[in-house]
Design a protein around this ligand. Sequence first.
Ligand SMILES: Nc1nc2c(c(=O)[nH]1)N[C@H]1C(S)=C(S)[C@@H](COP(=O)(O)OP(=O)(O)OC[C@H]3O[C@@H](n4cnc5c(=O)[nH]c(N)nc54)[C@H](O)[C@@H]3O)O[C@H]1N2
Ligand SMILES: Nc1nc2c(c(=O)[nH]1)N[C@H]1C(S)=C(S)[C@@H](COP(=O)(O)OP(=O)(O)OC[C@H]3O[C@@H](n4cnc5c(=O)[nH]c(N)nc54)[C@H](O)[C@@H]3O)O[C@H]1N2
Ligand SMILES: [Mo]
Length: 679
Amino acid sequence: MAIRRINTVCPRNCYSTCSFRVQVEDGRITGYSTQPANRATPEGMCLKGQSYIERVYARDRILYPLRKETSGTFKRISWPEALREIAGKMMLYKKQYGPHSIFFYSSSGSSGVVNDFSLAFWRLFGGATVSYGNLCWPAGLEATRMTLGDNRHNVPWDLENARLILLWGKNAAETNVHEMIFIRKAQEQGARLVVIDPRRTPTAEKADLLIQPKPGTDGALALGIARFLIKKDMVDHDFIRDHVKGYDSFTRSLGSYDMDTVSRITGVPVSYIEKLAGMIGGIQPMTLIPGYGMQRYTNGGQTIRCLLSLSVITGNIGKPGACWHYANLQSYVFDKVKEPLSYYPEGNHSLFRQTVSKARLGIDLLQQKDPEIKMIWVERGNPVTQNPDTNSNLKAFEKADFRVVVEQFMTDTAREADIILPAKSLFEQADLVGSYWNPYIQLKQKVIEPPEEIKPETEIYYLLAKELGYSDKELEGILPRNNEALENWLKERIKSYPELSWDQLIEGPVIAPGIQEIAFSDKHFPTASGKIELYSDEIARRWGVDPLPSFTLPKEIPGKSRYPLYLLTPNTKNRIHSQFGNLDIIRQLDPGPVAEINPEDAAKRGIREGDTIRIYNDRGELRVKCRYNYGQIPGCVVIPNGYWISEGGGVNFLSAPRETDMGHGTAFHDNLVEIEHIS
Ligand SMILES: Nc1nc2c(c(=O)[nH]1)N[C@H]1C(S)=C(S)[C@@H](COP(=O)(O)OP(=O)(O)OC[C@H]3O[C@@H](n4cnc5c(=O)[nH]c(N)nc54)[C@H](O)[C@@H]3O)O[C@H]1N2
Ligand SMILES: Nc1nc2c(c(=O)[nH]1)N[C@H]1C(S)=C(S)[C@@H](COP(=O)(O)OP(=O)(O)OC[C@H]3O[C@@H](n4cnc5c(=O)[nH]c(N)nc54)[C@H](O)[C@@H]3O)O[C@H]1N2
Ligand SMILES: [Mo]
């Protein structure tokens, strides 16, 4: 039997965006191997990647359209039935209430440029209500863009050139495992590693120094360090003179950030802050790697600006080993992710009504008028579980008349559907995938045929458009009718980049055209002033925040709220958000949600390790077993996000529907709770 080995890439929303090879025998995937041509991920995939065989051939994969019966159970229906019913409802709602009575929601379940066809369909249909903002990273993206002009960083392997690496609110040992390999190599060559996180994470185990601030106070920590560096004259005057706008006013703004004040705000002892400041001022070059968890607060964007000021005043930008390592969007040559509202080219005009914030999904949907939302279409997302305020999300789904969810598995959102359409897996359709960490453009090749009744979204939309009465002529150039048309469209897109060819992409990852291996090495900063903007008029105008990096407390703080404990809901190693948890291989290592608490907080409440506890606030509650964690600071409850409600999870019952200070991000961690013993 012939064995084929096909190059492809993991399209999950994850830094690493690993390249790998798939072994196919007789139309079936039987194994994987590594793809060493990707210098960022030559070791191959993580355990989640290794679980893809189980995922693709899973017993519980949704393999055909399903319709919810009045009893609440789902029954198999045929494609013609499903399409007829959906098209019928769509035409009815459009006629009676207009296309904006239909809400189209997509999220980050699978990345690639082919996703753009969804919008092409809704544009053809005459528009829809759509969501804006993002659950993930936009506060930091916007903070960086307003300061440096663009989101780029040095190639991952440049980390080996750094002498000091700060992982500030990033848990790379779980969320970006390949990064840890470069960090280890740098450490072997004498680099120092500092981790800044309220938790003692697996990443922290590798560090020379762990600093544990109170959640949401990192901005103050950074400003205190900036003040210290300026006072001790440990800054790069030449770099500041040539490339920085607003240094003097920034310096003047730091007056109140003396060590004692900063220590009081952050809970970090003065000696630790001084030690960290001394390292930042004294060890060059420095790469500062901020995570995304830390910007999920109402002050998240400004926190990122405060941290970035440290790279700026020490001149640690644009050189080997010196870098602000937030997000590297240089390989997103086909995608429009750079500005918070750029995804819908039409803006907020008649086609797409952009009134539903991802951060306030449920309440925004419930409040929609003229027209009210009658139908919800979800694809590539699990909003019931992953967006804040699950109770409102569920109410909004209940309030609509009709719901369609395109899914691979019976997620909490799929359970809310009237019709579930089965979704493709990563191996069943080709796509082009960029990365927000490595510099490659990659071809996700079609590796196998989908199971008989599974259709990729492009085909679903094509068939639905036909059902709605559009002719092939009208759909020409708008929706590909089959795989051949889709691949031709991808080949056309590549043509606009002479540096890229299909044949080359079939062989493996290709460095994106125009990439700067050392970001900003030309010292060209595409801001309004052409300089790095510590002082930014634009940020003040756009978001109503201080034009300088400044610190404000998060919205919810112990002492000023009825609830005393921060609920941190980070990401976890063996899942990507709400994906993978249904697989045996993953469940062996990570069987379900557990709340981690510091024994000091437990003792005060008579809670013992292993007890089931109730975690609650005004928004909702969750009951899970608890585990002691001596490594996290007191005052925090930690449960990773992503566990389905149906497996006892659902951390977003507790989170507030709130945007971040900039970028329309989501302030998931700005969220206090209380806990009590149950059994
Ligand atoms: N295995 C795995 N990898 C992933 C993902 C996944 O789900 N699983 N998700 C991918 C995606 S979409 C994303 S966005 C990234 C996220 O990647 P990361 O940013 O690394 O992940 P998080 O777990 O959100 O946050 C990182 C750390 O921030 C800490 N933190 C929380 N609040 C604060 C604070 O106020 N200050 C400081 N200093 N630290 C704080 C948390 O304790 C946590 O350890 O990971 C990507 N990679
Ligand atoms: N409390 C709390 N909540 C969080 C976070 C947090 O830190 N704390 N992190 C947030 C972050 S950073 C992110 S990025 C979001 C992620 O939240 P979402 O973007 O909703 O992503 P996933 O949970 O990965 O769920 C995506 C769904 O897409 C499906 N899927 C995968 N591939 C395809 C496909 O090709 N087609 C279709 N139709 N479906 C597909 C999967 O089966 C899965 O159910 O969660 C956010 N939620
Ligand atoms: Mo994310």
